[in-house]
Design a protein around this ligand. Structure first.
Ligand code: FAD
Length: 258
């Protein structure tokens, strides 16, 4: 299988760096082919702007979505964007690995998503009409591929528990797992989260490595998070709210999980 690891940490000798090296070896030893986008090492340009489209007219007003669409359709995207899209098409599984920074992904990784997920590539796919809102949330360009997060946090596991002060980790990660990954069609596996990173000695590191190794060994068999597909009847159209009879007592993020 082909695995694409999108990695966002500025220091190769970090915990994240060690785990990235471990993951690559584990996957390759199992016979998989691995490509890594090491965003800091690549000096990835994080901001989406007019330079991303090579076919813009003079001083025309920049439209982030439409210019992205026209450049994608015309094969006139910045080459760094097109290269990452080719890697995504090649991959059977995609892993996003990052330290949790301000309750989300580091800006460089957010910028990778904003620029690589072009209009027509990751969104704006399929029929858009009063009866249908495109191929997304379970359908789309990434359908058939798996994705998983590897995330480290300074906060303790209890801080991210259901009543923890930071909010439940599943809620914190919902915009990434449901928004960034499920939206374009990935089957999203439960995340691999390492908490309380300031308390890691050799023994704990070894335990973490073993647990991560198990997760990587089961990348193809682990059951995905059962997010509700958009176009399978659970949502009223075009409002795209859950039908009143679907989990009537549930609201918020968890309502979108079967
Ligand atoms: P490192 O600091 O590199 O390593 C952590 C520890 O792991 C080291 O001290 C070392 O003891 C051990 N270690 C590393 N490599 C090895 C190895 N090979 N063998 C054995 N032991 C090893 N946290 C939150 O919970 N929520 C937030 O919103 C949040 N926001 C942040 C925002 C910013 C800007 C920053 C800088 C930090 C934030 N943090 C937050 C904390 C952050 O998530 C952690 O600092 C990060 O996850 C630690 O990962 P690291 O790879 O940088 O670890």
């Amino acid at each position: 299988m082909n695995v694409l690891l999108i990695y966002a940490h500025p220091e190769p000798r970090s915990l994240n760096g060690s785990l990235k090296d471990f993951s690559i070896k584990r996957l390759e030893d199992a016979g998989h082919v691995v490509q890594v986008s090491d965003l800091y090492a690549m000096k990835w340009k994080a901001s989406l702007d007019a330079d991303d489209s090579l076919n813009r007219q003079g001083d025309a007003r920049f439209d982030p979505a439409l210019d992205s669409k026209h450049a994608f359709e015309a094969g006139m995207q910045s080459p760094d964007i097109a290269r990452e899209q080719e890697k995504l098409k090649w991959a059977d599984a995609v892993i996003l690995q990052f330290p949790l920074w301000w309750f989300s992904m580091p800006a460089i990784l957010k910028g990778w998503v904003e620029r690589v997920y072009a209009y027509g590539f990751a969104y704006g796919v399929g029929e858009h009409s009063d009866a249908r809102w495109g191929d997304r949330y379970g359908e789309g360009s990434m359908a058939g591929k798996r994705a998983m997060l590897i995330v480290t946090t300074g906060g303790w596991e209890s801080h991210y528990s259901p009543r923890g002060i930071n909010g439940p980790i599943d809620d914190v990660l919902f915009p990434i797992q449901h928004g960034v990954l499920y939206y374009p069609g990935f089957a999203v596996l439960p995340p691999f989260v390492i908490h309380r990173t300031s308390r890691i000695d050799e023994a704990r590191f070894s335990t973490i490595r073993d647990a991560l190794g198990q997760r990587l060994d089961h990348l193809w068999t682990t059951a995905p998070i059962p997010f509700r597909p958009q176009n399978a009847g659970a949502y009223d159209v075009p409002a795209l709210t859950l039908r009143p009879d679907v989990s009537p007592d549930q609201i918020g993020f968890s309502a979108h999980i079967e």
